[in-house]
Design a protein around this ligand. Sequence first.
Ligand code: ARG
Length: 255
Amino acid sequence: PPMKMLKPLAAALAVCAAVAVQARPLEDIQKSGTIILASEGPYAPFNFFKGKQLTGYEIEVGEAVAKKIGLKFEWKTVGFDALLTGLAQDRWDLVIASHAITEERAKAVTFTAPHYCSGGQIVSMTPAIAKAADLAGKTVAVQTGTTYLDAVKKVPGVKEVKNFPTDDAARNALGSKRVDAWVTDRFVAKEMISKLPKAGFKIGDMLFIEQVASAVTKGNQGLADAWNKALKELIADGTIGKISQKYFQEDVTCK
Ligand code: ARG
């Protein structure tokens, strides 16, 4: 009978609702004293390991903001794909891993103010592949789940888009000429060229621009507000600019 069926359904819905509101509000994080931050790890110079030490622009920005709010921090690192889903499961309070603000992602998470402005850039091994139109008939490597994947899919005539679990793996595919081009962040490309000047990588055009921000659980506005206020102050007093100079020799914050 339908009434009997409704009970388990109601129970299941209640569990879903409970899971959805589990995110720790700012007050709870403050009570515990420690914010749980999550990032990826193989995405230099934004988030990467120097030996066992997690570091990079976003790691230092995240730590500076946490301190400014008056919190200690603890890092978790997981694959790029698992970062936003882990937020929804309340496995960490905030993700800072170069996620651009997109409409699609904003359906699932709440974005903070951006900590850098950048864009997707074409990288190849030949000056003949530099513009979007040059990608026609070509194989292009991108990291799974990124805005680069979405952008390359929209370029007319691309022969194949190859997905890789990390951006590093996508770059290696280009380096070993298994693909014709790689689309990545412009600052990742810049850093790579300066680290490996003889590897033969050629920087092409930017395909699009984007604003990159942290993400908190959908609707965790109190945490987002505190983060935004602290970030704004750290941009104004030059702290973020200094971190940016250290990793990029330029200011990557949004103008
Ligand atoms: N900015 C791009 C995006 O929003 C790429 C992010 C890649 N992040 C990373 N940690 N590998 O999708």
